[in-house]
Design a protein around this ligand. Structure first.
Ligand code: HEM
Length: 469
């Protein structure tokens, strides 16, 4: 009975998205001096910090195949002397949407349909094309980079704008980039279909085998820096996660190297129960007024309290192992509290025993904000251009990459109704006329109609391509 009762309860909820994943331990070594920007101990010259990194696909469930057209998640946990710094990013420099309020819908659109229980290209493309800010990310996902050949062969990005502050409490805005030293390698649709038919764990196996043979994967870490003054005069919202910062203006600054060199001893204990959150920052690293990031600061801990329980930070892989003497986090009690629960120490703060005191020295510098607090409407923002980044990307692609993007787009959107195809063709055209013409042709649409629709605003286009109920 004991055995059966335990067996009945062995499966825990999977992550709401990024359910299928693989993790490994390693280290971050700092090779360059960025102390003028940040006082984070883990980012000072010659610092070496242990880390745990989990890679994932996004839309597929825990049993899904690895080689799917999808973005890849990368969640990094650095066990720094000041506590854990989690950088929870993806393999793309931008994201689909910029408003946290759209996030559940994005996932409902790319995951299973409530009626059929099946994945639906129609839902996927309908949602994506109704929000034109998705356009750059769609271009990336439909490009040759849409199916990476394993996790070792892709770049990693923090995507959001974060902040750094130095010993003098001076703040700059920053973005994180990690470039693969293994070189970029991708799969075509046909190669991926063959891989998935033979091995659903192809990306996890590739990582496992590389680490086991001592061929440790490495990424070079860079940051882009924008001063507060530059941000005030930037040509578009620098905190919009759907936009990139042009490298010419904000060059990549080399910081160090991340290496993965140890496979975990137990998948459930260390990978399935790993819990990452962008809210885990350390002194020297902070957030930004990116409202998408602000939403994420709440949601990860909330998801983990449900998925793993309220004491998820006591699970060994999640403990702040880099802090000498351990962490005093002030939490008490709760399900599965298995340590000493701080014994008889006071449970309130402030107290006269001098414990749990506030630490003003770890506070971020204050941020001056002005303007109205309101729901941001990109339609009212004259600096907003949802097609600029996608058009820029198209224009730097070589001919074979352009051809592959058009081919993949036409194949992916093939089962979708014509009204949605027109919406996407117009977006391609607005990004670059050549992109639009080639996509229109590949989708078998009428170019004259695309040109007519391209005269409309986004709101009018959405209306014109939405059948009346
Ligand atoms: C506001 C929008 C977002 C929301 C509400 C959200 C929510 C979530 C939730 C609930 C999970 C599961 C957490 C868990 O159970 O441990 C998750 C996982 C993840 N998210 Fe997000 N997410 C958002 C945007 C993003 C963005 C923009 C990125 C990349 C920059 C990202 C990267 C990831 C990754 C890598 C994981 C997997 C973490 C792991 O390996 O355990 N998410 N997200």
């Amino acid at each position: 009975m004991e055995k059966l009762a335990h067996f009945d309860r062995e499966v825990i909820p999977e992550r709401r998205m990024h359910a299928k994943g693989w993790g490994a331990y390693g280290k971050l070594t700092i090779t360059h001096d960025i102390s003028q920007y940040t006082k984070a101990k883990a980012l000072q010259p010659d610092a070496v910090t242990d880390c745990f990194v989990r890679f994932s696909t996004v839309a597929g469930e825990r049993g899904a195949a690895d080689a799917e057209r999808d973005i890849r998640g990368v969640a990094m946990k650095f066990y720094t002397p000041d506590g854990n710094w989690d950088l929870v990013g993806n393999n793309t420099p931008t994201f689909f949407i910029r408003d946290v309020h759209n996030f559940p819908d994005l996932n409902r659109a790319v995951k299973r349909d409530p009626y059929t229980g099946m994945r639906s290209a129609q839902n996927n493309w309908d949602f994506w094309t109704l929000l034109p800010e998705c356009f750059h990310q769609i271009t990336v996902v439909m490009s040759d980079r849409g199916i990476p050949d394993g996790f070792r062969h892709m770049h990693l990005f923090g995507e959001h704008t974060y902040s750094f502050y130095n010993e003098k409490n001076e703040r700059v805005w920053c973005k994180f980039h990690f470039k693969t030293q293994q070189g970029i390698k991708n799969l075509t649709n046909e190669e991926a279909a063959e891989k998935n038919a033979m091995d659903r764990e192809s990306a996890g196996r590739d990582l496992f085998e590389a680490i086991k043979r001592g061929d440790y994967p490495k990424w070079t870490m860079y940051v882009q820096i924008m001063t507060e003054d530059q941000a005030k005069h930037h040509y578009e919202n620098p905190f919009d996660i759907t936009k990139i910062w042009r490298h010419k203006k904000y060059p990549l600054i080399e910081v160090g190297e991340m290496e993965l060199n140890r496979w975990p001893e137990n998948y459930f204990a260390e990978v399935e129960q790993a819990a990452f959150t962008p809210a885990h920052v350390v002194p020297g690293i902070g957030f930004s007024p990116d409202k998408f990031l602000q939403g994420r600061l709440f949601v990860y801990g909330d998801a983990q309290r449900y998925r793993l329980g309220v004491n998820y930070n006591q699970i060994p892989v999640n403990q702040a192992k880099g802090v000498k003497g351990g962490v005093a986090d002030y939490h008490r009690d709760g399900a599965m509290r298995t340590d000493g629960n701080y014994g008889g120490a006071p449970a309130y703060s402030p107290n006269s025993a001098g414990v749990w005191s506030a630490q003003p020295d770890v506070m971020e510098p204050p941020l001056d904000i002005d303007g109205a607090m309101w729901r941001y409407d990109p339609e009212d923002d004259p600096t907003n251009d949802d097609f600029r980044a996608g058009g820029d990307l198209w224009r730097v692609m070589t001919e074979d990459k352009k051809e592959m993007l058009i081919h993949n787009t036409a194949a992916d959107i093939a089962p979708v109704t014509e009204n949605i195809k027109y919406r996407h063709a117009v977006h391609c055209y607005k990004a670059d006329p050549e992109y639009g013409e080639r996509a229109t042709k590949a989708m078998g649409l009428d170019m004259n109609k695309v040109l007519e629709l391209a005269k409309l605003t986004n709101k009018e286009l959405n209306k014109a391509t939405t059948p009346k109920a």
